[in-house]
Structure formats: structure tokens, C-alpha cells
Design a protein around this ligand. Structure first.
Ligand code: HEM
Length: 62
């Protein structure tokens, strides 16, 4: 969650972004970067769940 190849995905680091924006990044990836699109594997509702999870309690990964 503190990043490495990608940026940190802690709640702090994601502050200021809406759940919808984050879900869009997850689903579409970031073209031109290593961040892949996950839309072949996740339903929209799942990406939104993930975005909200990251925004709220990313310190306590399941
Ligand atoms: C399910 C797994 C993953 C999730 C939920 C996820 C989520 C995210 C999110 C939300 C961002 C945007 C962060 C921000 O706006 O500050 C991001 C960026 C990024 N991710 Fe991922 N990611 C995943 C897997 C991966 C993998 C496997 C890679 C590389 C092999 C990767 C590489 C990157 C990179 C390089 C960026 C920065 C893109 C840029 O420069 O804009 N991610 N990721």
C-alpha cells in the first residue's frame, strides 16, 4: 500500500480524489504507465468498493 512500482495507495495519498475517480483509474488503468486496466476482471461495483476501501481503511488490509 505504500507504493513501489506504483504510487502509495494509502488513504492519505488518495485524499482529494473521489471514489468514482479512483474506480475509473482502476478500471481503465493509466495508459502510458505500468498501471494496467482491471476492467476485464472487475465489475464496476467491485472497483467502486475497492476505491472506497482504499479511501477509508487502507491501513487494515483484509
Ligand atoms: C488490483 C490491483 C491494483 C489497484 C487497486 C491499483 C490502483 C491504483 C490507483 C488507484 C492508482 C492511482 C493512484 C493515484 O491517483 O494517486 C494507481 C496508479 C498506478 N499503478 Fe496501480 N493498482 C493496482 C495494480 C497495479 C499493478 C499490478 C501495477 C504494475 C505492475 C500498477 C502500477 C501503477 C502505476 C505505475 C501507477 C501510477 C500511474 C501514473 O503515473 O499515473 N498498479 N494504481
Amino acid at each position: 500500500m505504500k507504493g513501489g512500482l506504483g504510487p502509495a495507495l494509502t488513504a492519505d495519498a488518495l485524499q482529494g480524489q473521489s471514489p468514482e475517480q479512483i474506480a475509473l483509474t482502476i478500471m481503465q488503468g493509466r495508459p502510458g504507465t505500468a498501471m494496467p486496466a482491471w476492467n476485464r476482471f472487475l465489475q464496476p461495483a467491485e472497483s467502486l468498493w475497492l476505491a472506497n476501501f482504499l479511501l477509508q481503511n487502507s491501513d487494515t488490509a483484509p
